[in-house]
Each structure stands twice: as structure tokens, then as C-alpha cells.
Ligand binder design. Structure first.
Ligand SMILES: O=C(CO)[C@@H](O)[C@H](O)[C@H](O)COP(=O)(O)O
Ligand SMILES: [Fe+2]
Length: 189
């Protein structure tokens, strides 16, 4: 049998960069239709800022193997809504995942297929278990990059469709200088 070689790498804990990883960049223009305030979205689109970057070390989509990736989620808001990742179910919906907070301040919105949502605040050292079947999106509620590591089955895949269409039942906003998790007025079951 041919064995794969082990990997040992140092994540840059200041920048989130994983040496040799595949880099993915998501700009505001990649998130069209995701934010509530369309006017604020179109205004900020003139600058089209980078919202997040992902550094991933991925294996073939085979049962039993693992991928890992850091995400660098930049601070910012569209209207009242904090910058977030697209959010997804896994294509193989029963695949779980572990997140680990490295730097900055934020949290994770999770949601069942029925739309039951949960908010878990995250900072450096926070570990989050994403159970099978839960969609997940991270949100930066601070004013520096929010950096975290994700470890997930290499055959999990991403299913962005239903979140893109319906969003999460909760949104994370700044109101009166406070972080609030409130009902999404546009949520439709
Ligand atoms: O959950 C995973 C992998 O299963 C993370 O690595 C995200 O892929 C990343 O934080 C970007 O978020 P999305 O754009 O994929 O929602
Ligand atoms: Fe995931």
C-alpha cells in the first residue's frame, strides 16, 4: 500500500496564512444578494472590499480523510449588518466540522434545515463543534480581522444554494453601539 505523507505546518497566528495553502478571495461583489441593505451594499460596492480569504489544504474527496483551512474575515459592515462568510450546508449534509478561534472577535451562526438558528460567540481559543446537518456562517463583530481554523471531512463539500436563496433566520447587526442577534425580516421558510 502507498501511504500518504504526514503534514506539519505552522499557521501564521497574526495573519492566518497557512504556507503552501490554496488561497481563495471573496470580495463584496461575490456576495451579491446576501446583505439586507441593498443601498448600503451598492454604495460599498464602489470600493468592492475583500470580505474574507480562505487558505485551504485539501485532500481528494474521499471518506475518512480531512481538510483544514483558515479563514481571515475582515471587519466591516453593510448597513447595520456585520461582514460574514456566505455560509453553507455541507453537500454531504451529515458531515460535521470543528472550528477553532485564532484571532479577533466574532461568532458563528448555525441553523438546522428547518430554520432553527443558534449563535455562538467566538474569540481566540474558542472551539466550536458544528454537528451534522447544521448550516454555518461566521461573522466578524470586532474591528480587526477575525481569524479561525476549520477542520472538516474531505468529502463534506459545500452546498451554498439554500443559504444564498433564503439566508439565515437570524442576522447579526450593530445597533446603539451593541452587537445584536435579531430575527431576519426577510427570512422565509
Ligand atoms: O466551513 C468551512 C469548510 O467546510 C470553512 O472553511 C468555510 O468554507 C470558510 O470559512 C468560508 O466560508 P464559506 O464561504 O465557505 O461559507
Ligand atoms: Fe463547513
Amino acid at each position: 500500500m502507498e501511504y500518504k505523507r504526514p503534514i506539519g505546518l505552522d499557521i501564521d497566528l497574526e495573519t492566518g496564512v497557512i504556507p503552501g495553502a490554496k488561497k481563495l478571495v471573496r470580495r463584496l461583489s461575490d456576495l451579491k444578494g446576501y446583505f439586507l441593505d441593498e443601498e448600503a451594499y451598492n454604495e460599498l460596492l464602489k470600493e468592492d472590499p475583500v470580505v474574507y480569504e480562505v487558505y485551504a489544504i485539501e485532500q481528494e474527496e474521499k471518506e475518512g480523510d480531512l481538510n483544514f483551512a483558515t479563514t481571515v474575515l475582515y471587519p466591516g459592515k453593510v448597513g447595520k449588518e456585520f461582514f460574514f462568510t456566505k455560509g453553507h450546508f455541507h453537500a454531504k449534509a451529515d458531515r460535521a466540522e470543528i472550528y477553532y478561534g485564532i484571532k479577533g472577535k466574532g461568532g458563528m451562526l448555525l441553523q438546522t434545515p428547518e430554520g432553527e438558528a443558534e449563535w455562538i460567540p467566538m474569540g481566540p481559543g474558542t472551539v466550536v463543534y458544528v454537528p451534522p446537518y447544521w448550516a454555518h456562517r461566521t461573522v466578524n463583530t470586532g474591528n480587526e480581522p477575525f481569524i479561525f481554523l476549520a477542520i472538516y471531512p474531505s468529502d463534506a463539500g459545500h452546498d451554498y444554494g439554500s443559504i444564498k436563496e433564503k439566508g439565515f433566520s437570524k442576522i447579526v447587526i450593530e445597533e446603539d453601539g451593541e452587537v445584536k442577534v435579531v430575527d431576519n425580516p426577510r427570512w422565509k421558510e
